[in-house]
Design a protein around this ligand. Structure first.
Ligand code: NAD
Length: 488
């Protein structure tokens, strides 16, 4: 099936940090794919602004290389690439000074296109950029700003950042990106829940035994060690990505699929989360890869701090105190250097109350699993009769809906970043985090982190290539449950 592409209005997208890792790996290759798909109008301009001294041609060369390396395209149509690069320009700018601002102002003067400013720079510069956009007359009321994670490192810093941005921009102009929300399957989660009669009546504590959310990575901290060690899995993954997934799986049906209706419901979930008890958390740090310690060192060597207490893995159990979910545990798990790269949400339904089949004394349960990556898709485990003679013996089989198979290769191509950038241009904030959501998530996360710090807790080690610490398995076993296998 070929995706239907609806062109967006002509726009000017300024990418601060346009020479950075994120811009080269995700933003520009994503924009090129939208260009190929015919979604980028001819009049659109992409203006990169960063500290590096460079001219337009130098930047176009950099991005041509980035598209070849990260674009994920088997063949790059030369004519399309040339046409796309012609829409790019570059301004050398200093976010903290005055250099380059007059040139950017000149470029942006008098256009009636949609204006978006993507802050793909360190959050320490967000305030400087917002202030200068206003000083130089570019923060008009229709302009949009896109900000990247991390959005604060605790409630206090997030509040400060929100207040700073609010000085120059209205909340309706601020697009806080969590790229997990741009994934096709995550949106499909809402389609499955609210577009079918089948699931919603069962979507509650009466029928759901528990829910698991796993985001497993095989990579270690790599070159981000210094940054990561100040953050850890709780801040880097749970507070944003896992929390957003939890919200979408647990929220009440919004009245409409519009930004505030959806975000109001997500906020209610975060505010209903119970505090997490210390013995409901397992933290870990990865060990070196056996026989390959030089290439894949242990966490502490990778971050250069032999006494680091930062976690590269976390598993926890939490509850949502509301009528729908009281009593249903939610288990969250994420880590680096795990056995496979896999992000999955699993809804484990309760067992059938009674078996009527003499040959099959067991009771069965349905399991709905929503795979975010790789191989986006949804699987529903159902119980059927084992084929052949010999009575009513039952087996559990997956009803598998792989999106790539069901919808065709084309659909796979829309990556989270490109979808979200197009939403910015359309002015649709549904898949972006609102300021109060971010603050509520920190308000839940802060006491957990403060508890470790006050107790001086040190994470346990886990083997590289395993699925986390022994204690993580224990967390489930104590409840008579087990983690789903992390499968690629
Ligand atoms: P990076 O260090 O690779 O790039 C930073 C960019 O900022 C460069 O273009 C640099 O020229 C520019 N810059 C730095 N100081 C400047 C100044 N004073 N004035 C103007 N420009 C300046 O960083 P990155 O990895 O691309 O990350 C950018 C943002 O995105 C960060 O907030 C990061 O946390 C976030 N992020 C990155 C990733 C990723 O995969 N790289 C993923 C999620 C979020």
């Amino acid at each position: 099936m070929v995706s239907r592409v609806i062109p967006v209005d002509p726009f000017d997208l300024v990418i601060f940090g346009g020479t950075g890792d994120l811009a080269r790996r995700k933003i520009l290759p994503g924009l090129f794919r939208r260009f190929i798909a015919g979604q980028m109008p001819a009049g659109a301009r992409i203006i990169a602004a960063a500290r590096t001294e460079m001219d337009d041609d130098g930047y176009r060369e950099m991005i041509a290389e980035a598209i070849t390396e990260f674009g994920g395209l088997k063949n790059i149509p030369e004519d399309k690439l040339t046409a796309f690069l012609a829409q790019l320009s570059y301004v050398t700018i200093d976010a903290k000074g005055t250099d380059g601002w007059a040139a950017l102002q000149e470029l942006m003067k008098g256009t009636d296109r949609v204006e978006a400013y993507y802050f793909s720079v360190s959050p320490a510069l967000f305030g400087d950029l917002a202030e200068r956009l206003q000083q130089w007359g570019m923060a008009d009321k229709d302009a949009r700003i896109v900000v990247e994670k991390p959005f604060g490192r605790d409630l206090e810093t997030a509040k400060t950042l929100n207040a700073t941005l609010a000085t120059y921009f209205d909340e309706s102009q601020i697009y806080r990106i969590d790229h997990y929300l741009g994934k096709e399957t995550v949106q499909n989660l809402m389609a499955v829940r609210f577009g079918n009669m089948l699931f919603e009546p069962l979507w509650n504590a009466q029928y759901v035994d528990h829910i698991q959310i796993t985001v497993a990575e095989t990579v270690g901290v790599g070159g981000r060690g210094e940054y990561y060690d100040k953050s850890g899995a709780m801040r880097d993954m749970v507070q944003n990505h896992l929390m957003q997934l939890l919200c979408l799986i647990a929220m009440e049906p919004p009245a409409r699929f519009d930004p505030d209706a959806v975000r109001d419901e997500k906020l209610k979930v975060i505010r209903a989360l119970d505090p997490v008890l210390p013995h409901h958390i397992a933290r870990g740090q990865y060990d070196a890869e056996p026989g390959n310690a030089e290439a894949q060192p242990n966490y502490r060597d990778a971050v250069g701090d032999p006494r680091s207490k930062t976690e590269s893995f976390i598993a926890l159990k939490t509850h949502i105190s509301n009528w729908r979910w009281a009593g249903t545990p939610f288990y969250l798990r994420t880590g680096k250097r795990m056995s496979a790269r896999s992000s999955e949400i699993t809804v484990v339904f309760k067992e059938t109350p009674h078996s009527i089949f003499a040959e099959d004394a067991g009771r069965h349960r349905n399991v709905l699993s929503i795979r975010l990556q790789p191989n986006e898709g949804i699987t529903l485990g159902v119980t059927i009769k084992e084929p052949g003679p010999g009575g009513m013996r039952l087996i559990d089989v997956p009803l598998d809906m792989s999106f790539a198979e069901a919808l065709g290769e084309d659909t796979e191509q829309v990556d989270a970043y490109e979808r979200l950038i197009m939403d910015v241009i359309r002015g649709n904030q549904t898949l972006f985090m609102r300021g109060d959501e971010v603050e509520a998530a920190w308000a839940w996360t802060d006491p957990i982190i403060q508890g470790w710090e006050a107790r001086g807790e040190v994470p346990k080690f886990y083997d590289s290539g395993s699925d986390g610490t022994v204690e993580s398995g224990e967390l489930m076993r104590r409840d008579g449950r087990a983690w789903r296998e992390v499968s690629p």
